[in-house]
Design a protein around this ligand. Sequence first.
Ligand code: AMP
Length: 220
Amino acid sequence: MTTLSKIAKNIIIFGAPGGGKGTICNKLVKDFQFTHISTGNLLRNQVAKNTALGTQVKSFLAEGLLVPDQIVVDIIKSEINQKDSHLFDGFPRTIEQASILIQALKIDAVISLEIPFEVIIERLSNRWIHIPSGRTYAYDYNPPIKHGLDDITGEALIQREDDNPISIKRRLEEYEKVTSPVLNFFSQQQNIKFSNFKGSESNVIYKNLKPFLVEHVLNI
Ligand code: AMP
């Protein structure tokens, strides 16, 4: 693992649901010392533990609708630490969330992943997840070692409640309508590096993304 400089770096991995943000973040966490913050994973864990917050957000997640900004912003504020380097995955998803984030933390880069929607729909329908960690598997290209079980903990894998055709459609609509304009917001911010990576395979995207970050953002 490469040590990052003492100055914290904060990077947003941006893209449609099912576009490989989590996979790219996992690769970056293996290679560098980032704190990975996935609002989707944090919210799903609250639902799985049946907390008061989980009960409040459960139906939004199941239906593929965005959770109200204030709830998500409160979660983020409790997770961030000015000294750490963060990778944001699935946050921000609205202009409101983005404006609050740039006031709370210096954002160094926004990396946008552009994956064709047909690939996303296919991927989400075949995705299996280990809820506590957020690790994902697919039986065709990334199968678990033992059928139905997480490689690290041996716990059961499940299909996400929102990885069904109706919720997938709604999530992609939410992305187009509410979340994709956030990219325009960031492209207008000075001092935030902005880059776009296209493709359908996370391994291939990562081969280009990693050197870009090393050279232009992490400066290591
Ligand atoms: P994800 O795992 O990032 O696809 O998120 C799963 C679901 O969690 C989304 O469909 C939303 O219901 C909710 N969610 C995650 N992140 C956010 C966010 N930043 N703002 C609002 N809702 C969110």
